[in-house]
Design a binder for this molecule. Structure first.
Ligand code: AP5
Length: 216
């Protein structure tokens, strides 16, 4: 099964994609995570992407399309994949359609996660991750069981993304509304768009997604 999680920054795409990886054996393909890995590695792509990401704008279509094309050639996507943060505009959606056609693959469901903007700001500005294993936490919604210690690996070091400040989040939302939201119509016309309530709590959002997948 192959799906797209579509929603603004902070909608919960990454949270739910990781859940689905564990429960359904699908592979999360997050262009944001891949770009952050390129920045951390200091690669040419990372050097090109860093300033753009820090401003909350979109990295060029050429870069992200080639990243996804490479990933779809890897054997670990054979059981199915979850696109998280891609496509982000109509040109990327069209490029994805061409890629899928050439590989004889299809998207089984596009899940739109509907949320309101003010909740997103609180979600994103409170988010942090373990510096060692990458486990995600939130100041209010998901704290470690023992304060200051990662539940998974025991590390005491945590990091916050440079683009997770309120001003940049507002810019990222504006970019989403202008460039990415038109994909709701794009996939609506194709007939495989399903909309869920992303304002519910994390387990309830997970349940809604499971229902969509069970029917797809
Ligand atoms: P990317 O990494 O894709 O960021 P994003 O789309 O802004 O999404 P986020 O990761 O911020 O949010 P999310 O929906 O995954 O939410 P999460 O689950 O973490 O992109 C970053 C940048 O890379 C872009 O700005 C761009 O520059 C570049 N880029 C990436 N892809 C690109 C592309 N295709 N083209 C061009 N440029 C690209 O949840 C957020 C927080 O809320 C967490 O703390 C979580 O615990 C909490 N939470 C989640 N769900 C709930 C819930 N239901 N209730 C309460 N809290 C919740």
């Amino acid at each position: 099964m192959n799906l797209i999680l579509l929603g603004p920054p902070g909608a919960g795409k990454g949270t739910q994609a990781k859940n689905l990886e564990e429960r359904r054996g699908l592979k999360q393909l997050s262009t944001g995570e891949m770009l952050r890995a390129a920045v951390a590695a200091g690669s040419e792509i990372g050097r090109k992407a860093k300033a753009i990401m820090d401003r909350g704008e979109l990295v060029s279509d050429d870069i992200v399309v080639s990243i996804i094309a490479d990933r779809l050639n890897q054997p670990d996507v054979a059981k199915g994949f979850i696109l998280d943060g891609f496509p982000r505009n109509t040109a990327q959606a069209e490029a994805l359609d061409r890629m899928l056609r050439s590989k004889n693959l299809k998207i089984d469901a596009v899940i739109e996660m509907k949320v309101n903007d003010e909740a997103l700001i609180e979600r994103i500005t409170g988010r942090y991750t373990c510096a060692k294993c990458g486990k995600g936490y939130h100041d209010r919604f998901e704290r470690p069981k023992q304060e200051g210690t990662c539940d998974v690996c025991g590390s005491h070091e945590f990091i916050r993304r440079p683009d997770d400040n309120e001003a940049t989040v507002r810019d990222r939302l504006e970019v989403y509304n202008r460039q990415t939201a038109p994909l709701i119509d794009y996939y609506g016309r194709k007939g495989n768009l399903r909309t869920i309530d992303g304002m519910a709590d994390i387990p309830d959002v997970r349940r809604q997604i499971e229902e969509v997948l069970d029917r797809a």
